[in-house]
Design a protein around this ligand. Structure first.
Ligand SMILES: C[S@@+](CC[C@H](N)C(=O)[O-])C[C@H]1O[C@@H](n2cnc3c(N)ncnc32)[C@H](O)[C@@H]1O
Length: 379
């Protein structure tokens, strides 16, 4: 999954009739719509790190799939359902909320799997299955893992359709946070200042030419632009040497046990010694990994990892989320970054996230400084 799910394209041929409630209509317009396009599915299907991890997780653990029933939550093009069938599943229910279900059905038939894979068009929260399943497979991860909130749908499906002995693919998910260096912050600050200069020119012109003083809107305009340029996280594929301290594990989910309460609001403390020789912390980088370990009573033969950590060669379409500090923090050798991360749903859109980092530098021979509160948004 990636972050293009909020482009807003209500006319994407999405089956609105299936959704009675207004908020579902808005969700379709804002979120699901892009998934109805093949070009978007192709983007995910072209991510080799993602594809190899899911492929290996299934075929290197084919024993888990042989003769089993599988539910693919959000099948998209149908790729995971087809692989599950090729690995020997007896029956695969491939559920997809958008019109992409039509293409998935064609792909399943084109690959002669229609006797095993049944594509069901609808939201997994609304559909009905004739039986409970042995495995739930899904690619539900968004930026910094939780953006898009699709894990909620997987949890819902698990609680309704997974046998008590069943297992989740992936089985575990983790979120990581690390201090980093970059000059992206300066660029964003310049862009912000440019936008504010442009606003000044615009308000002056409006007054001169049209006799209306826009000055009363200066403050909300500044707030809007600050949020956009300075507080919205930036997608980036970072080089590993931009990370300047041991990444902190800020959250781990056991996909068999996670609840909606766990995903609604995450809070975690971190303590990261800054690598010697670094003069500034320009921001924080956030990413995730998932593992395919089977379950306690039937561990995977091969524990496959899909990581979106900074990498030179194994980059993913998820990249990392960069939370820029304005201004950056000056550091000295021996400094330790301590703090707390809080990730909550945006009030305007439950698929977007608000991120709060309360941070401080512990410095040898210095009294503790007041913590700084930095607010960010994952849009
Ligand atoms: C990241 S894509 C993954 C597609 C495919 N499984 C793959 O791995 O290439 C997630 C898909 O899940 C679908 N989806 C998201 N939430 C869903 C829900 N609640 N019910 C059914 N489908 C959903 C989206 O429309 C999208 O096609």
């Amino acid at each position: 999954m990636n972050g293009h799910g909020n482009g807003g394209c209500a006319a994407a041929g999405v089956p609105r009739a299936a959704f009675g409630k207004a908020d579902k209509g808005a969700d379709f317009a804002n979120y699901f719509c892009t998934y109805a396009f093949l070009y978007h599915q192709k983007e995910m299907l072209s991510d080799r790190v993602r594809m190899d991890a899911y492929y290996d997780s299934i075929f290197k653990n084919a024993r888990h799939f042989k003769g089993k029933t599988v539910l693919d939550v959000g099948t998209g093009s149908g790729i995971l359902a087809i692989w599950s069938a090729q690995a020997g599943a007896r029956k695969v229910y491939a559920v997809e909320a958008t019109d992409m279900a039509t293409h998935a059905r064609a792909l399943v038939a084109g690959n002669k799997m229609e006797n095993v894979v049944e594509v069901i068009e609808g939201s997994v929260e609304d559909i009905s299955l004739p039986e409970q399943v042995d495995i739930i497979i899904s690619e539900w991860m968004g930026y910094f893992l939780v953006r898009e909130s699709m894990f909620d749908s997987v949890i819902y499906a698990r609680d309704k359709w997974l046998k008590p002995t069943g297992m989740m693919y992936p089985s575990h998910a983790r979120m990581w946070l690390a201090p980093m260096q970059t000059n992206l912050g300066e660029r964003k600050m310049q862009e912000y200042q440019h936008a504010m200069d442009d606003w000044s020119r615009f308000t002056q012109e409006t007054l001169d030419q049209y006799g209306v003083d826009m000055g009363v809107l200066n403050t909300p305009y500044r707030a809007e632009q600050q949020k956009y340029f300075l507080q919205t996280s930036v997608w980036n594929n970072l080089h590993p040497n931009q990370i300047i301290g041991e990444p902190a594990l800020v959250k781990e989910f056991d996909c068999l046990k996670a609840t909606l309460e766990h995903t609604a609001s995450l809070r975690s403390q971190f303590r990261i010694p800054i690598d010697p020789g670094n003069l500034q912390i320009a921001g924080f980088a956030g990413w995730f990994d998932v593992h395919f370990r089977g379950c306690a009573s039937d561990a995977a033969d091969n524990d496959v990892e899909l990581t979106t950590a900074p990498s030179v060669s194994d980059t993913t379409h998820w990249g990392q989320q960069v939370f820029l500090l304005h201004p950056p923090i000056n550091t000295r050798n021996g400094d330790v970054l301590v703090g707390e991360l809080e990730v909550t749903r945006s009030k305007q859109n439950h698929r977007l996230m608000d991120v709060k980092v309360v941070h401080n530098l512990e410095r040898r021979d210095s009294p503790p400084a007041q913590p700084t509160i930095s607010q960010f948004h994952i849009e």
